[in-house]
Write a protein that binds this ligand. Structure first.
Ligand code: CS2
Ligand code: MG
Length: 413
């Protein structure tokens, strides 16, 4: 048997997704996610023009060989566009292999190591009271872990804060179209002030511990905005609040920045959602500078790429915390859940539910109950794309915001 057809499908049911469809000569279809938020069409061109034609006629069973062919073959290695493209192919081939075997993918990765996957959800509020209401609502549903982001007095829209109010349907999607829902022509601009943030944020977590007690797991995402010494200060000040993790306190590519943070505090650290290869983690893992690996399957070279990173991390006592925002499609999300089920060093899974519109186009079989996810037992990844409906949602340009300091200096978003 061999790969007969490779199609790249772009659909925008609420937000943009890039999906790869691989069809074998005996008619089996595998799906892969190659969505790269705000740069989707670069992956489309890479897959359609450079990868697709080279796959025709290859044996779909040889996943590792295909991965190495796409990684080593073109000479230019790594980078988000290349690795999202490789991920899309890799996921589709694993989907096919598991469908052929008639088992959910996690069975081929070693079988179930647990009965369910503890997930953390996003809680945010423009004010402390709103935030507290949202978290209490989650706790009432049995959710045991929440990521906490809040508005900062004096700043406008900041990263991670939903536009919805408590009680309303949660609405947080950072990639923005234009105000009337049509294609954006450029990113929105936000304003940032690390000093205002550092003076405000530790107080929020202290109050939350007083109001909520010690049981609930609290996480926080710094979104790459602090200098090493600022991050060290934040990690130290948050230490009494028992964070499950502090994510991306500094720009992730500066791996040695975390040495300073580590020396200052025992607050667990998570990083890597913008990484795409095991080499991006080399210093962080071997020097034990992090506690959780944040890559998604989609951005780290697929099941093959991410499994390699997590196996390496496991040797150093570092656990998984797979990235699960809505810009990873339901296909990429499912792939992450299958890995989570099988590996020994599972930590936690991020869960940011897709919109109803998205889930009409992508039919999923994973479930979320009482704070725990499960990939389901449908053969393969367990996600199928409704191609006809997908075609009704054409690509609509949307961008993540950019950030400037209060004096206008361009900054990290
Ligand atoms: C985030 C993401 O989920 C997270 O931890 O940092 O929401 C991130 O901002 C988006 O994936 C960007 O595409
Ligand atoms: Mg993050």
């Amino acid at each position: 048997m061999s790969i007969e057809k490779v199609d790249v499908i772009v659909t925008s049911p609420g937000r943009n997704f890039v999906t790869l469809k691989i069809t074998t000569s005996d008619g089996i279809v595998g799906w892969g996610d190659g969505t790269l938020n705000g740069r989707e069409l670069a992956v489309v061109a890479y897959l359609r023009d450079h990868v697709g034609p080279t796959l025709i006629g290859r044996n779909e069973d040889n996943i590792e060989d295909t991965w190495q062919y796409l990684y080593r073959g073109p000479y230019w290695r790594r980078g988000p566009v290349t690795m999202a493209s490789i991920a899309a192919v890799d996921m589709a081939l694993w989907d096919i292999k598991a469908k052929k075997a008639g088992v959910p993918l996690y069975q081929l990765l070693g079988g179930a190591s647990r009965s369910g996957l503890r997930a953390y959800v996003h809680a945010s509020g423009a004010t402390y009271e709103d935030l507290l209401d949202v978290i209490r609502g989650y706790m009432a549903q049995g959710i045991t872990a929440v990521r906490v982001q809040t508005g900062i007095p004096g700043l406008g829209q900041v990263y991670g804060v939903a536009s919805s109010k408590p009680g309303e349907k949660y609405n947080y999607e950072p990639a923005l179209r234009s105000a009337d829902g049509t294609a954006a022509t450029r990113p929105a601009e936000e304003t940032w002030d690390s000093r205002a943030y550092l003076n405000y944020m530790p107080g929020v977590f202290k109050r939350l511990r007083e109001d909520l007690g010690t049981e609930i797991r609290l996480l926080h995402d710094g979104h790459h905005r602090l200098t090493p010494i600022e991050a060290a200060r934040l990690a130290r000040e948050l230490e009494p609040c028992d964070l499950f993790w502090l994510e991306d306190p500094t720009p992730a590519e500066d791996q040695t920045a975390l040495r300073l943070v580590r020396r200052a505090s025992t607050t667990p650290l998570a990083t890597g959602e913008v990484f795409n290869s095991v080499f991006d983690y080399q210093t962080l893992i071997t020097e034990r500078l992090i506690d959780y690996v944040r890559s998604s399957v989609t951005h780290a070279g697929g099941v093959t790429g991410l499994k390699r990173i997590l196996d390496f991390a496991g040797i150093y006592g570092i656990k998984s915390g797979i990235h699960g925002p809505t810009d990873v499609s339901p296909i990429g999300m499912a792939a992450g859940l299958h890995i989570d089920m099988a590996i020994h060093n599972f930590g936690i899974q991020e869960y940011m539910p897709h919109s109803e519109e998205t889930l009409k186009v992508f039919h999923t079989s994973y479930t979320f109950k009482n704070g725990f996810l499960h990939p389901g037992d449908t053969p393969g990844l367990g996600v199928e794309l409704d191609e006809e409906l997908a075609a009704a949602y054409p690509y609509t340009a949307a961008y993540l915001p950019v950030n400037r300091l209060t004096d206008g200096t361009m900054y990290d978003w």
